[in-house]
Design a protein around this ligand. Sequence first.
Ligand code: ADP
Ligand code: MG
Length: 642
Amino acid sequence: MTLLEIFDPKAPPRPIGIDLGTTNSLVASVGSDRPSVIEDCFGKTMVPSVVCYESDGTVIVGERAKELASQRPQDTIVSVKRFMGRGADDAETRRMGPYRFVAPQEGQANVVRFAVEGRPPVSPVEVSAEILRALKERAEDELRSIGGAVITVPAYFDDAQRQATKDAARLAGLEVLRLLNEPTAAALAYGLEHKKNGLFAVYDLGGGTFDVTVLLLDDGVFQVKSTGGDSQLGGDDMDRALAEVVLAKLAPTAEIAARPTFVRELLDVCRSIKHGLTSAEVVEAAFDVDNKTAQVQVTRAEFESAIRPLLDRTGVACRRALRDAGIGAEELDGVILVGGSTRVPAVRHYVSHILGQEPLADIDPDQVVALGAAIQADLLAGHGNTEEVLLLDVLPLSLGIEVGGGVVDKILPRNTTIPCGARATYTTQEDNQTGFEIHVVQGEREMSKDNRSLAHFTLKGIPPMPAGLARLEVEFRVDADGLLSVSAKEATTGIEQTIAVKPSYGLDDEAVEQMLLDAFDHGEGDLLTRRLAEARVDAHRLILATEKALASDADLLEGTERQRIDDALAHLKAMTSRNEPALVTAAIDGVDGATKDFAGRRMNRAIAKALEGQTIDRVEQTVEHAKGIEAAHGSPLPPERA
Ligand code: ADP
Ligand code: MG
């Protein structure tokens, strides 16, 4: 029988939303006004995020690849999302999975690669692209012609991880309309943006990861107030906890219990028991133990007590996320459940207990993220009501540059709504400096070395000028996907350089979380280090400027003035080696005081010189210059914000 397909050849391309999950991925689109998840020909909505490489070069994605994982563990990549944006030298990465990692070759980007059958080593971006390609094909089968895609990423994904996701989409031939935070997508699926304002918690318990996010909806714009979770906690752990219970009942011999085939079957059956217990109070299952069939009964109560420690771990993360957001559970206007594991009734009860209210759960927790992405895709393609919000995301971590003394100047603070941009102006510290070294960093800590280094570049070719005269304008732009480009320009000469910041490796979710926590923990110590570094930079500049002035205008010194200045300078030099910013600042004031009269005389001389038969223009320039001399004596020019 031939299948007759009927479709409208003039139908416009339809945008799609993709939930690229660690365990499962989905694709959705907005049909005649309602979003829905696209099924395969067997009616399945989820594509397991598993890719298997065969020796003849074929690539298998999804359900079939998942079946092959146990036979071909090294050629079957599971949970590739955990590797996105990671460096090849990432110790954490190397501990994951049974894979054969390959070091990058000369000239290759510093990314993790897996050696697999039938082709050169593949990167996580290429593996993810296979999953996206499978989703794209599924969507094309259903919709005929697809437009761009909105792809979701965890709220804590950093620049490298977002960039890797975008690269994967491009490789799969998808036009990325936008990357969207997963919790924000879930909130959109529930239509929460219509409320305009409110605080929401998104509790996402998937197969192998747990995330909790506090979202602030402010005038229709969602901001991530805090994120937390556990990247090694999910439904798989429930399967293992249940396996312990079942194992105790079966009591197999130690030899059988150690067989890999037995363990695998045990875990598979436990997963079905777990799913069964979501609706039933008791589930019975049969096991093959040494060619004999054994029957086992598990009650929901037994399962619930086995997973209790796992639930408690999610509770700790929830409380921490609330604390980081600076709110109490009673301030939440809504709680959303995301992820297949939130189907477990005990999880729902636990969440309502810990977050103080009945969670929203009427949308399928597997689908809610994909549905939200489809809604956003539809809006971006201009199909929705254009009055509606388009700006839905914020920066997950602050972006800044390193300034004198290794201190970070945050140019775009975390939680700034994107797309966004900001500019800051700096000046030279040394005379005749012809280049600026620009170091772009991401993170919350005060000192550059404690944050993540995103890029280094140098602005060269600046003509020699006295310190403080060059004006370096640094501009940061973050596009709607959260990706950064930096440009630097020397304003007096117009010399300019722009780079797209594309880091070669990424941070894992725990590292990002850790960085946020560290920033809280080290807040005070950091501030002290920062003040000290800044005071030392100020001291260094003042010492140089004073010594220069003493050399050039020694004839203006009166009486014991030279001695007083020398003493003050010696004291300042001694104080810079102490770890006490207040001492350095006091010594700076000492030098300022000792040089005050001398500076005044130098300024008078500069002005008098200028007045000798000069035009008014020149005089103004010279007065500016004289002010510069004064500035060099007083506190040095701080970076200004434009
Ligand atoms: P991810 O976001 O990591 O891709 P999912 O949200 O798809 O993961 O969640 C997958 C997990 O949900 C698996 O551990 C699966 O066993 C679990 N799960 C799915 N359906 C049920 C159910 N009915 N009862 C209990 N757990 C379920
Ligand atoms: Mg998920």
